[in-house]
Ligand binder design. Structure first.
Ligand code: UDP
Length: 323
């Protein structure tokens, strides 16, 4: 299949492109390189640098490329940033997404797999949470992703678009060649490993008084390769759907740091800080729907394997893609 991948130079997108190419698909990457890295793009993919907000160019490129499916990773994805600058989130995630859909409609492309998030649920009444959990986001990031899910439903009804919304839990880990490198790193696992590498003095733990057994936030960490495989399975779907992509297993911030000490055999210093605004205490997926309907199975998402793969990548790429 010819697949148009927005954000294919980013962390999750670049690993998915690698797996798409290994599975025999042909790939066009569209990325503005604001977060992504040119070097992360698989050499067999066609790379086009462009911005979702450039509506005319996007329309033209989609008309020329005529893909059979779109996988839409590009977007802003940091909770704390969205609490400071909501406008950015609505512009890129909502307006940029609408530009993409309009370009698809004009080019006759119907299938889209969208990177949604468990942040659309807000603070769930119970965990693990399934896809029926009410979506009540508590930050503009989650709200912008929910808005785009809703827009997709209308485009499905009106224009025959076939959307699959994959609600990611916490993407983590690395393939042998591609890993997590953000220009400003805010995520837990890379921060922990940068501390193990001595590039950071310590790991800050945001919030130690949450309503969880050890007081730190619980998240469901899913290996980026398992996340990628969910997209590849979704390419074959012919009807709309929304799926959680997680493991059903939660780990606290302290638990992640403990496992990182074991995997790296390094000292990792911590400092306890106030909770971050907009952070729900616990997010854990009930992901049986994805397993039942798409035959998906996480193969690499044990916490130890996640940390070991990420550690391998960080050790061998101490400057990320900057070399
Ligand atoms: N976190 C932390 N220290 C860090 C980065 C993150 O304690 O340096 C916490 C954060 O508050 C959250 C969890 O780790 O509870 C996962 O955060 P991350 O930013 O990796 O992903 P999110 O769940 O926000 O998408």
């Amino acid at each position: 299949m010819k697949v148009f991948v927005t954000g294919g130079a980013g962390y999750i997108g670049s690993v998915c492109v690698e797996e798409l190419i290994q599975a025999g698909h042909s790939v066009v990457v569209w990325d503005n390189l604001s977060e992504g890295h040119r070097a992360a793009v698989h050499p067999q993919a066609v790379f086009l640098q462009g911005d979702l907000l450039d509506r005319d160019l996007l329309g033209r490129v989609m008309g020329e490329q005529r893909p059979e499916a779109v996988i839409h990773f590009a977007g802003k994805a940091l909770v704390p940033e969205s609490m400071r600058d909501p406008s950015l989130y609505y512009r890129v995630n909502v307006s940029g997404g609408v530009n993409l859909l309009d370009a698809m409609v004009a080019a006759g492309c119907r299938k889209i797999i969208f990177s949604s998030t468990c942040a659309t649920y807000g603070v769930p009444e119970k965990v693990p949470m399934n896809e029926e959990t009410p979506q009540k986001p508590i930050n503009p990031y989650g709200h912008s992703k929910l808005m785009f899910e809703q827009i997709l439903a209308w485009y499905s009804q009106i224009h025959g678009i076939v959307p699959t919304c994959l609600r990611y839990f916490n993407a983590s880990g690395a393939s042998s060649e591609r890993g997590e490198h953000h220009r400003v790193e805010t995520h837990l696992i890379p921060n922990v490993l940068l501390a193990a590498l001595g590039q950071r003095k310590e790991v800050e733990i945001f919030g130690t008084g949450h309503a969880t057994p050890d007081g730190t936030c619980i998240r469901d960490y899913i290996h980026v390769r398992d996340l990628a495989s969910a997209h590849i399975l979704a390419l074959d779907r012919e009807k709309a759907g929304a799926f959680n992509v997680g493991t059903g297993q939660g780990h606290s911030v302290r638990g992640v740091i403990e496992m990182a000490r074991k995997v790296t055999q390094k000292e990792i210093c911590i400092s306890e800080k106030p909770a971050r605004a907009g952070d729900p205490p616990a997010l854990v997926a009930a992901a049986d729907k994805l397993q039942k309907e798409l035959g998906w199975k996480p193969k690499h998402s044990g916490l130890e394997e996640i940390l070991a793969s990420a550690w391998d990548w960080h050790r061998t790429h101490p400057r990320g893609y900057s070399d």
